[in-house]
Design a protein around this ligand. Structure first.
Ligand code: HEM
Ligand code: HEM
Ligand SMILES: [Fe+2]
Length: 475
């Protein structure tokens, strides 16, 4: 039976589960930033917390918290839009809630072990109980298996709700893409003692997530958000969406080759990786045009400025269009040809790209979805940006851009001195890190990291208060 869930009514069971995921996501986001600040301080003062909380641990928690908060915000977004798009109540709300609590408890245990146990002996037991040693997805084996079970419950919920209800283009892409996204996790779960083979499969998760399935995911969120925030026409956003899906998978799958240049895989990956990864910016331009085009079109058609129902949400979606293009498209393209990558590989340049891409392509839009969640939770028709919203978006964006520029300079210096001039050996590595440009760049990264963190405090304040303010204004 179809229930009538009006776009501006208070939330239903599925949406409330979505909000639970959003809350944990923002806490993990805070943890991510704190760990980043510790690691960045250690670049400048290497003795900071030495022997107590080493760089390797801070870095590990930083990037694992990053991946997990994003996955939480993604699951939250899906639960949030699912009932709205299908017009149905979520199929198994009770089980969905249980899965949420199991997952959250498991993550809490994993993080506590990361922080307090940190490392184990080079034995099977470490892989099972402490960490698996695979960058970004370090969770120990027991948690891996738990995650698979929880994700299966989540997927079943999405799938059965979808089957019952309205099948919009947005939701169809979402459901199909989620299957690929979840399935890819399996590629990072088995262990081989051949390091080339291990890296080969590990990249299936990392690259095929961020450059294929997560990008398609973001495409569906952007399409949905544009319908909600500016009343964009479904035919238009869905047409773009299908084009983007086609292009993203077209270039993203074989673009995987840009990680196979130097890990011991056959040399034909140089050509394949160069060609297809160089094409990857094309769909990102399409996504950029998509958002701006739809916005302009809506304004043009109504003959006046269109009503934006969620000011801060829309601001973050537009930032996403720019950020995705810059961080993934431009900063990715810079180092994607093997002729360039042989010099930039593993320098701070990689880190510059990693920061701007994860922020621009994912953090931005997921924050936008959190604003959508707040709007729904308070049931307000219109939510305008507050002082806090503006401080948040300006400081966070400026901070991340600042870190990116600083790291790009550090990377450039490494390329010139460590790689080109000194030939890339062990001594060259340290020589390059002791030059003033490198040291100053790391100091600027720390400063810009602090700016980012202040912006985050504004964001947190805003998410906690903006709904109430909008409600009061409406009354
Ligand atoms: C939103 C999408 C993207 C995200 C989140 C992202 C993120 C990252 C991250 C975190 C790394 C470092 C991995 C490591 O630890 O080794 C990386 C590496 C790399 N990325 Fe991206 N990336 C994205 C899109 C792209 C695109 C579109 C291109 C090319 C056009 C690209 C080119 C590369 C290359 C060549 C490397 C290897 C760097 C090295 O040699 O060390 N990326 N990416
Ligand atoms: C308070 C702000 C932040 C600080 C101080 C910070 C600092 C750091 C540091 C020191 C590292 C280790 C780099 C290395 O091994 O050379 C790192 C890695 C990383 N951070 Fe951040 N970070 C911050 C915010 C963020 C944000 C907002 C994102 C993305 C949304 C992010 C994504 C990453 C990624 C993907 C890596 C791994 C890069 C790679 O493998 O090359 N960080 N960060
Ligand atoms: Fe990649």
């Amino acid at each position: 039976m179809l229930i009538n869930i009006k776009s501006n009514s208070l939330t239903n069971a599925g949406q409330r589960i979505g909000l639970m995921y959003f809350r944990v996501a923002i806490i993990l986001f805070a943890a991510q930033l704190l760990m980043g600040l510790i690691a960045a301080t250690q670049f400048v003062y290497p003795s900071f917390l030495y022997g107590i909380f080493d760089f390797s641990v801070a870095r590990m928690v930083h990037i694992n918290a990053l991946v997990v908060w994003m996955l939480y915000a993604m699951i939250g977004s899906v639960y949030y839009m699912l009932t709205d798009e299908t017009g149905e109540n979520v199929a198994m709300a009770g089980l969905g809630k249980l899965a949420f609590w199991v997952l959250t408890l498991a993550i809490a245990v994993v993080v506590l072990v990361y922080i307090f146990v940190q490392i184990g002996p080079a034995k099977e037991s470490t892989i099972w109980l402490i960490n698996e040693g695979r960058e970004y997805i370090e969770a120990p084996r027991w948690a891996d298996i738990g995650i698979v079970v929880v994700v299966l419950i989540f997927y079943a919920n999405v799938f059965f709700t979808y089957l019952k209800g309205r099948k919009t283009g947005i939701m169809t892409v979402m459901v199909a893409n989620l299957l690929a996204l979840a399935g890819l996790y399996l590629a990072g779960m088995f262990f081989t003692d051949n390091i080339s083979m291990d890296q080969y499969w590990w990249w299936w998760v990392i690259h095929l997530w961020v450059e294929a399935t997560w990008e398609v995911f973001v495409g569906t969120l952007a399409a949905y958000a544009l319908v909600k925030f500016i009343g964009a026409k479904r035919e238009v956003v869905e047409m773009w969406l299908w084009i983007e899906v086609l292009m993203l998978f077209g270039s993203g799958i074989l673009g995987l080759g840009h990680h196979y240049f130097w890990i011991g895989t056959p040399e034909y990956w140089w050509e394949i990786g160069a060609l297809f990864s160089a094409l990857e910016p094309v769909p990102l331009v399409a996504m950029f045009v998509h958002v701006l085009y739809d916005w302009a079109k809506e304004q043009g058609e109504s003959g006046e400025k269109s009503v934006i129902t969620n000011g801060p949400g829309m601001a973050w979606i537009v930032t996403n269009a720019f950020g995705n293009f810059l961080g993934a498209g431009i900063w990715g393209f810079f180092h994607t040809l093997p002729q360039v990558n042989i010099y930039t590989h593993g320098t701070q340049f990689t880190s510059a790209h990693g920061h701007l891409a994860f922020f621009g392509a994912y953090a931005t839009i997921l924050i936008g979805m959190m604003y959508m969640g707040v709007q729904g939770a308070y049931g307000v028709k219109r939510m305008k940006a507050t002082f806090n919203s503006k401080m948040a978006i300006v400081l966070i964006t400026f901070g991340v851009l600042g870190m990116t520029v600083a790291l790009t300079i550090a990377g450039y210096e490494q390329v010139l001195v460590e790689r080109a001039e000194l030939g890339g050996g062990w001594q060259a590595f340290f020589a390059a890190q002791n030059l003033p440009w490198y040291i100053q760049a790391q100091l600027w990264r720390l400063i810009m990291g602090l700016v980012t963190f202040v912006g985050f405090i504004y964001l947190l304040l805003d998410l906690l208060t903006i709904g109430k303010k909008a409600k009061a204004a409406e009354a």
